[in-house]
Design a protein around this ligand. Structure first.
Ligand code: B12
Ligand code: SF4
Length: 482
């Protein structure tokens, strides 16, 4: 039972939809940081409540629902928003901080803001989260928020709580990252306002999200993480292992999922973390199951003993962005590993019982029909080598050209957006281009490729538990294999 505080400095409100496997990490980090400095902050996440009021079909679609459709009755939406705000206003906050994660949050910002303004015109509204870099300025211009924060939020949040607006990330354009020293000094996230038991009861895959690094050492063409985070910072591997174990000891969730962009970006810290986890598992008699993003490296960098170590440390699932079986596609993306490096990593995962989530992109900007066939051939080879036994989940994404990515600049420079407004996030999905061999790559071909991959994987990877497909024409679809 959460003890009700009155007159808090800020309620951090997780703007829906939030995936219901575990508590939202960003507010828990901001709360811990601000409370350390003497402020009173409460985190509030309405997603479990909304979910409980959806019908079973809508619940199946969570968090990828079409909210325009779910809340086509605007009175229902206002009623819902006011239910959430009834909770928020119990704390009588000076500031309400809207924490966003996914673009879908866009739908809720305006009604939440209007209702806050109506009910409590004196309350300041601020926002942050990955979406703020793209949409914050518009929300401020519309008067929905007083300030938005781009990039790392801790220091800017503190400034806003203290009544200032001077930090460069407040209403900023290019995020200024906190330093490596400041990142290492951040307290562990404070999940005390989250009902962790709720997730444990509701979801078999319940987990706690933790983060040991910010940013990424790579700069893959399609990815906006480098622009959002600017600089790679990481915690000491030993310290982070202790944070993981503290969380496991306290909450005992089924999984711990690391929110790091890539957990093995600094291979030595990764090894240090694994060694300390192994030691602590023994000492505390705990057995956390850890899920994380993993980058395939050349076999000289990541060797068999690294996989053995990871498995012993409790890493049970790696999310691997292989993207394509065509080397030409991967090279354009900036992934120089060979197919043999990928097969080696999969083989090691299979050998040491680590499950793999394989992430693929269809319709990449230079992908000719021949390259796409190479991709299918690569998947056949995985099957022939029986490496699909290690693959538990496949996610197929149609290439989405995000702003602030190298592929966005490439598309602009090569005339791909000639008939499209590149700043229009929806219209951009219609991009087409003539490839170097004269072939056209247009939305229809991209979607056919998405569907060919989906078909191949669902028919051939028989150990699959989950297949997620993100294509522009079907927003999201999921299939469960045998
Ligand atoms: C972990 C993670 C997840 C976890 C979320 C775990 C959780 N419950 O917290 C899971 C796996 C559930 C997830 C799901 C999705 N994610 Co995600 N996720 C990430 C990831 C890897 C790290 C995010 C994170 O926790 N970072 C650490 C925290 C501390 O950073 P943060 O959230 O940005 O918060 C900081 C600041 O933004 C700021 N801040 C945040 N809120 C607020 C509020 C205020 C008031 C202030 C002042 C500041 C502030 O302060 C925080 C501390 O510095 C990022 C990629 C990356 N490396 O950043 C993608 C990323 C955020 N996800 C993304 C996407 C698209 C999704 C999905 C839609 C993917 C999908 N297609 O299914 C779903 C959304 C599902 C949903 N609705 O919940 C995109 C967002 C794209 C964008 N907006 O531009 C990212 C950037 C990945 C990418 N490059 O595409 N994700
Ligand atoms: S795709 Fe992954 S490895 Fe590549 S830049 Fe983004 S976070 Fe880093």
């Amino acid at each position: 039972m959460i003890k009700l505080q009155k007159n808090v400095d800020c309620v951090l409100f997780s703007v829906p939809p939030i995936l219901l496997l575990g508590p939202h990490l960003a507010p828990a980090l901001l709360k811990a940081y601000a409370e350390d400095k003497g402020f009173r902050v409460v985190c509030y996440d309405p997603s479990p409540g909304i979910y409980s009021r959806l019908n079973s079909k809508e619940q199946e679609g969570w968090p990828y629902n079409n909210f325009e459709e779910v809340f086509k009755d605007k009175a229902l939406l206002l009623e819902e928003v006011n239910l959430w705000l009834d909770e928020v206003f119990k704390y009588n906050p000076k500031i309400i901080g809207l924490s966003t994660h996914a673009w879908a949050s866009k739908f809720f910002i305006e009604p939440i803001s209007n209702e806050i303004r109506r009910r409590a015109p004196g309350v300041q509204i601020i926002t942050g989260g990955p979406v703020a870099l793209d949409l914050g300025i518009e929300w401020k211009q519309n008067g929905w928020v007083d300030h938005y924060v781009v990039g790392d939020g801790e220091e800017a949040f503190l400034e806003l709580l203290s009544g200032g607006t001077n930090h460069p990330n407040i209403d900023g354009k290019i995020p200024v990252p906190i330093s490596q020293e400041a990142f290492r000094a951040l307290p562990e996230p404070d999940f005390s306002d989250s009902d962790v038991e709720y997730y444990k009861q509701k979801a078999k895959g319940n987990r706690l999200y933790l983060i040991g690094s910010r940013g990424c050492v790579f700069n893959c063409s399609f990815c906006n993480v480098p622009a959002m985070t600017q600089k790679y910072r990481y915690k000491d591997g030993v310290e982070f292992a202790r944070e993981i174990m503290n969380a496991q000891e306290r909450y005992n969730t089924n999984y711990i999922e690391l929110a790091d962009s890539i957990t093995n970006a600094a291979p030595n810290e990764f090894r240090k973390m694994c060694h300390e986890l192994i030691r602590l598992k023994e000492e505390k008699q705990l057995d956390p199951k850890i899920i994380c993003f993993f980058r395939i490296r050349r076999a000289q960098i990541t060797q068999e003993e690294d996989f053995a170590l990871a498995a012993k440390a409790g890493i049970c699932r790696l999310k691997i962005g292989v993207e394509s079986g065509s080397f030409d596609v991967r090279e354009h993306i900036g992934k120089k590993e060979t197919n043999d490096d990928i097969f080696f990593s999969l083989e090691m995962c299979k050998k040491y019982g680590i499950k793999v989530n394989l992430l693929l992109i269809a319709g990449y900007i230079n992908e000719t029909e021949e390259m796409f066939q190479e991709n299918l051939e690569f998947l056949r080879e995985i099957k022939r080598r029986e490496l699909d036994e290690a693959i538990e989940m496949v996610v197929v994404n149609e290439l989405y050209i995000s702003r602030r990515t190298p592929v966005f600049d490439f598309a602009k420079d090569t005339g791909v957006f000639d008939n499209i407004d590149p700043e229009d996030d929806l219209a951009r999905d219609a991009w087409q281009t003539q490839l170097s061999n004269g072939e056209m790559l247009d939305p229809k071909i991209r979607r056919q490729r998405v569907h060919s991959l989906k078909k191949f994987v669902s028919e051939n990877f028989v150990h699959l538990k989950n297949l997620l497909v993100f294509a522009a024409d079907e927003k999201f679809s999921a299939e469960t294999g045998s």
